[in-house]
Design a protein around this ligand. Structure first.
Ligand code: PSU
Ligand code: MN
Length: 337
């Protein structure tokens, strides 16, 4: 039903040229340059819920082999709970939705040659046939091209501390303002300026809601409470799905963020993480790190300082978010079909 609404006025439906034996002509308009795995194509044909997954967390977020283990586990959780995972990436320049084969994932997870691909990097990576991990921003772009509306990840990019001088604001926020995909995450990373991130999202018209009772604050990725209040709260997957559905029906065109506070047993202590992050931010300044390199740099420093504890937590949050995203995608599916 949504495809009629969203693409109303579009008389020609493209048969998509996609890899694999099957070539299903779907009643949705999909960008013909995308490569979509058979599993994801079949999910579209069967009207099954699909959850998109990013891959910068694989190529630049976690070290090998933790990254590949996480990538496999997160896909398994989504399948086990009744949806289909669609990990996105650039494979030899081809924008890919659903990695399909284990060897592709293995290569992406182990090579040092992958680019970190946000919106501005896409045409370069495509033109030069490179491998690339997709950030939240570019995952949203590929998900939207494929018609996927729910996306699970770890932590959101945002306004960096000191952005009033550096102007370092993640392209994730800009994308949320212009692409109608719902991002389920554990909040903006606490390496960021969370108040400014919230201001920016408000300016861009992005709905932000946190799972929990009314009054529950935005989580800060590693810790359950960033101290910054959440504009909205939701308590069930249906609540979230109905908000996403309303935004699509009205064709608002902007994305949304659903924050899931990290499970208590794996969240990190707020005070401890604040001091670790303050040191990491100073180390980045001293080393002259900036731009797209700063997020991977800070995450690595935080793992070192927590003896790997932040890494275990990071993986746990992604899995938990994927579980919640699956429930939301299932509810959204019921509202749509
Ligand atoms: N959160 C994590 N690990 C990551 C990222 C976020 O726990 O690797 C990645 C996401 O892909 C996000 C990107 O989109 O970092 C943001 O980078 P930047 O601040 O350069 O936009
Ligand atoms: Mn940046």
């Amino acid at each position: 039903m949504w495809s009629n609404r969203i693409f109303s006025g579009c008389s020609k439906l493209h048969p998509i040229s996609i890899r694999g034996r099957r070539n299903i002509s779907l009643s949705r308009r999909i960008n013909s340059h995308l490569s979509i795995s058979e599993e994801v194509q079949q999910a579209f044909a069967d009207k099954k819920p699909v959850v998109a997954l990013e891959s910068t967390i694989i190529t630049h977020g976690l070290p090998y082999p933790e990254n590949i283990k996480m990538a496999q586990q997160v896909e398994a959780i989504i399948r086990k709970n009744g949806a289909v995972p669609a990990t996105t990436a650039f494979i030899k320049g081809v924008p890919t939705v659903g990695l399909g084969s284990a060897s592709v994932l293995e290569y992406l997870a182990s090579t040092k040659d992958s680019k970190k691909v946000s919106r501005r990097d896409i045409p370069y990576v495509v033109a030069n046939k490179l491998y690339g991990g997709t950030t939240i921003a570019s995952t949203m772009i590929l998900a939207h091209m494929a018609g996927i509306k729910v996306f699970a990840t770890g932590g959101l990019g945002g306004v960096h501390r000191g952005a009033e001088i550096t102007m370092d604001i993640s392209a994730d926020l800009e994308e949320l303002g212009r692409t109608p995909v719902a991002v389920v995450c554990a909040g903006p990373k606490s390496i960021l300026d969370i108040s400014k991130t919230m201001e920016y999202l408000e300016t861009k018209g992005v709905h932000v809601s946190t799972m929990g009772d009314p009054g529950t604050n935005i989580p800060g990725f590693y810790c359950r409470d960033s101290g910054v209040s959440s504009p909205y709260n939701f308590s069930t997957p249906y609540d979230a799905a109905s908000v996403i559905h309303a935004g699509h029906q009205l064709e608002l065109g902007s994305g949304s963020v659903f924050c899931v506070p990290a499970p208590e047993d794996i969240a990190l202590d707020s005070k401890m993480i604040t001091s670790v992050i303050n040191d990491a931010v100073k180390a980045a300044e001293n080393a002259g790190i900036f731009g797209k390199d700063i997020t991977p740099f800070l995450l690595k420093k935080v793992w070192e300082a927590t003896n790997g504890k932040s890494l275990t937590s990071n993986v746990g949050f992604v899995l938990n978010n994927a579980y919640v995203a699956t429930q939301i995608a299932k509810e959204l599916n019921k509202l749509e079909y």
